[in-house]
Design a protein. Structure first.
Length: 75
């Protein structure tokens, strides 16, 4: 394993903050998209019934993900 010198950055040093930010906002983004799908599917229920069901599933799964992250936070 190579020794890191002062001021050198590895690929992990660059990717880790992006990955942690992505994982922090993903459930909220999925929840918001699910709510939009529920709204559109409810307003046009005859035409977009599948969108309503996908929105319900997206909102439910992302809400569960958010609750688990709140109840069991990682260090």
């Amino acid at each position: 394993m190579p020794v890191k010198r002062m001021g050198e950055a590895t690929l992990g040093d660059l990717v880790e903050p992006l990955l942690s930010a992505y994982l922090a906002y993903t459930p909220w983004l999925l929840f918001a998209i699910g709510l939009v799908f529920i709204f559109v599917g409810t307003v046009t229920v005859q035409k977009h019934r599948r969108m309503l069901m996908v929105g319900l599933w997206m909102a439910a799964v992302s809400a569960l993900w958010i609750m688990l992250r709140v109840l069991y936070p990682t260090a």
